[in-house]
Design a protein around this ligand. Structure first.
Ligand SMILES: C[S@@+](CC[C@H](N)C(=O)[O-])C[C@H]1O[C@@H](n2cnc3c(N)ncnc32)[C@H](O)[C@@H]1O
Length: 286
């Protein structure tokens, strides 16, 4: 007879060269909560629960996948973001904690406003537009992505989380041909921002599985999306409207300067919980 604790031990032994002990523990808990009707807190009381052959097989399949560096969120097809479960697959970025910080900042700054018109550029799983639509009072939220698969994944998430979002499948670099007179109160984006040079410092699980189009930009034009999206915002934000970006932590000063040059005011560089430059908030001039 095999019990849950045996599998926890097996995971700790087999994955120790890839992850540290705490990471393995939290991956194991994600699997347990996915496979059984248990939550993280009730696991300690259920360590001696018997594991059926079917579940034992699933544990072993997952272990093999993890050994190939496949992220647990892609294996289980789900990720937590701001208290909701998002379906994810290899066409969309796994939502990050830094992005939760961005969304949290926007919600805190705008929670007393009603009927805001918001546009998010680079939908991915839909984590930003769906959470903003859910938490901002009667906001009208639109999101744009070049990837059809990402748009389809995010549409599914919006339906399941039961939140209205409008989707546009388009290339933001062509925005002048797509948008006419629309005006927004908030423009937000977490665009691709990693340069090819940074690849050497990245984990295999990101490089081998997450979509290139969501992550990388050309070495020669690292700020292209910030340049284009702030031009879009200069045209389509209402006076005094808000522009929010998640940014490459190594390009904080350059990104801030670029946005100032575009004519925005009150350009603020904000650090994430690890102290890295991660968010820019700016205002359109009145
Ligand atoms: C860093 S990911 C962010 C995804 C999601 N917002 C999040 O925070 O998890 C960037 C997204 O931008 C999309 N993207 C890349 N190039 C684009 C383009 N030219 N126009 C519109 N979207 C683009 C990618 O498909 C990807 O979904």
């Amino acid at each position: 007879m095999r019990i849950l604790q045996d599998f926890e031990l097996l995971f700790q032994q087999e994955l120790q060269s890839l992850y540290d002990k705490d990471e393995i523990k939290s991956i194991f808990l994600l699997i347990v909560t996915d496979l059984f009707e248990l939550n993280r807190l009730s696991y300690p009381l259920n360590k001696t629960k018997e594991v059926s052959d079917r579940h034992a097989l699933r544990f072993k399949e997952i272990l093999q996948d993890l050994k190939k560096h496949r992220p647990i969120q892609y294996i289980l097809n789900k990720a937590d973001f701001y208290g909701e479960i998002f379906a994810v697959n290899e066409h969309v970025l796994i939502p990050r904690q830094e992005t939760e910080e961005l969304v949290d900042l926007i919600i805190k700054k705008h929670r007393s406003s009603k009927n805001l018109k918001v546009i998010d550029i680079g939908t991915g799983s839909g984590c930003i537009p769906i959470i903003l639509s859910r938490h901002l009072d009667h906001a009208e939220v639109t999101t744009v992505d070049i990837s059809k698969e990402a748009i389809n994944t995010a549409k599914g998430n919006a339906q399941r989380i039961n939140t209205p979002v409008q989707f546009i499948n388009a290339d933001i670099l062509e925005w002048e041909y797509i948008f006419s007179a629309q005006q927004y109160d908030i423009v937000v984006s977490n665009p691709p921002y990693i340069t090819p040079k940074e690849k050497q410092h990245m984990h295999q699980n990101v490089l081998a599985y997450e979509p290139e189009i969501a992550l990388f930009i050309e070495e020669s034009a690292p700020l292209i999306f910030y340049d284009v999206i702030s031009s879009f915002a200069a045209t389509h934000l209402v006076p005094n409207g808000d522009l929010y970006f998640e940014i490459n932590q190594y390009l904080g000063a350059e990104t801030k300067e670029l946005i100032e040059k575009k004519g925005f005011t009150e350009v603020q560089l904000i650090q994430d919980i690890h102290g890295a430059d991660r968010i820019i908030h700016a205002k359109k001039k009145v």
